[in-house]
Design a protein around this ligand. Structure first.
Ligand code: ATP
Ligand code: MG
Length: 400
């Protein structure tokens, strides 16, 4: 005997009223897509849940892949048995004996199919005593069992599950539109991207680099961070923006204390052009209130003036420590702390103004024709598609 199904439960999707179908179809497609390396695997939707039909594949390997798919609230390995008492007994015994660290158990039968001759309560006893007589090292504990063997008797068959592991939660990627993530090589923006994806949003990246002042390795860092995030969705595009000329012009005409502010405003203007080109309706940053000079209330007010696109800032109220915890959990932290400098660190003065004003920023910007330079820069953008294949291999390499 072997586990032949994975039971997938989704939490929040259930609240989506009339749109529920869209969410379910997308979740089903996302699961099917993530499991494409396993031939013949099928994902089925039934009332209130989904099943992955394993078709002989290693249940643990498949379960591992599913752990990253947003929209899944929890997962269990399952055995499908015909609606026959002996077969159900056999499957329940398998589930118990294949659980880890178990001393006590409980059986919970749910008889959805009222044609099945034995009522739920009675079936609990039938199965419970079967498990006790067939084994020596387990006890029943109905209040706090180490494991609950769940037996759901449905029309078509009975499903037996035991251990339940948590899924990542969130909503299926692709149900929440698309955002352009301003991805630096730092710790924060990849976490912001992860959190946007968790709410069902697909991401494209924009990265500003300043060759030859920033190195190829700084660019590689951004590629590696993106690759890591593909684990939660599919392939991701990066728009690499050559920022050197603009930065040099900013440094040349703008007073020192406003260079950082203007640089950010120009970044937003370029991002908006890319959004329009790619039909993307919002931007996302890793900004976090009060962390650095560009992230004060005044700075955000002044920087934000140049675009009326919604800017998602998933980290805005988080503590640094909590951001780092997420970065470690999603394996972007070790990439982010590689020491290569990004464009901002190179061109920005040591003490930028923490309370820049909108009117002053606009006034200084008139000193150069940034619009012209912005169009020129956008035309020189290089777009790289980062495939989601071999994401796992990559993260394994990073470990060794
Ligand atoms: P991060 O850790 O994401 O670099 P940070 O704490 O260093 O953030 P800033 O340097 O002020 O903060 O950057 C704020 C946000 O601006 C970043 O989170 C990112 O979204 C965006 N950003 C900064 N530099 C770049 C860049 N070179 N390319 C694209 N986006 C950038
Ligand atoms: Mg940074």
């Amino acid at each position: 005997m072997q586990y032949d199904h994975i039971l997938i439960r989704y939490g929040e999707i259930g609240l989506k009223g009339k749109n529920i179908r869209k969410f379910l179809v997308r979740l089903q497609e996302n699961i099917q897509y993530k499991l494409k390396e396993f031939s013949n695997i099928k994902v089925k939707r039934t009332q209130g849940r989904m099943f992955v039909l394993l078709n002989g594949h290693d249940p643990y390997a498949v379960m591992d892949k599913c752990k990253h798919i947003f929209g899944i609230s929890s997962l269990s390995l399952a055995i499908k048995a015909q609606n026959d008492v002996d077969l159900i007994k056999e499957a329940a015994l398998f589930a118990l004996q294949n659980s880890t660290d178990t001393e006590t158990f409980k059986v919970s039968v749910k008889r959805v199919n009222k044609q099945f001759p034995i009522p739920s309560q009675e079936m609990n006893h039938v199965l419970g005593s079967h498990l006790l007589t067939q084994t020596t090292n387990y006890r029943v504990n109905v209040h706090e069992p180490d494991i609950e063997i769940k037996v759901e008797i449905r029309e078509e068959a009975t499903y037996i599950t035991s251990e339940t592991i948590p899924g990542p939660g969130g909503l299926p990627v692709g149900t929440g539109g698309k955002t352009l993530l301003l991805l630096s090589g730092g710790i924060d923006s990849p976490v912001a991207g992860y959190l946007a994806m968790k709410r069902g949003v697909q991401v494209e990246m924009i990265h500003f680099h300043s060759p030859p002042f920033t190195s190829e390795r700084a660019k590689q860092k951004v590629i590696d961070l993106t690759k890591q995030l593909t684990a939660y969705g599919s392939s991701i595009n990066i728009h690499m923006i050559p920022f050197t000329k603009l930065q040099q012009e900013i440094v040349r005409v703008i007073p020192n204390e406003y260079t950082m502010t203007i640089m950010r405003r120009v970044m937003l203007r370029i991002s908006e052009v890319v959004c329009k080109k790619e039909s993307i309706l919002s931007m996302t940053t890793g900004e976090n209130l009060g962390q650095v000079a560009s992230q004060t209330m005044e700075s955000m007010h002044t920087i934000n003036e140049v675009s009326n696109y919604p800017i998602l800032r998933p980290l805005i109220t988080m503590d640094k420590k909590d951001i780092i915890d997420v970065a470690k959990q999603i394996n972007t932290y070790d990439i982010s702390i590689r020491p290569y400098e990004d464009c901002c660190t190179i061109f920005v003065p040591k003490s930028p103004k923490t309370n820049p004003k909108r009117d002053k920023a606009s006034y200084f910007e008139k000193r150069a024709d940034f619009s012209e330079l912005i169009s020129e820069t956008v035309n020189q953008a290089e777009t790289i598609t980062i495939s989601d294949l071999d994401t796992m291999e990559k993260s394994m390499e990073d470990l060794f």
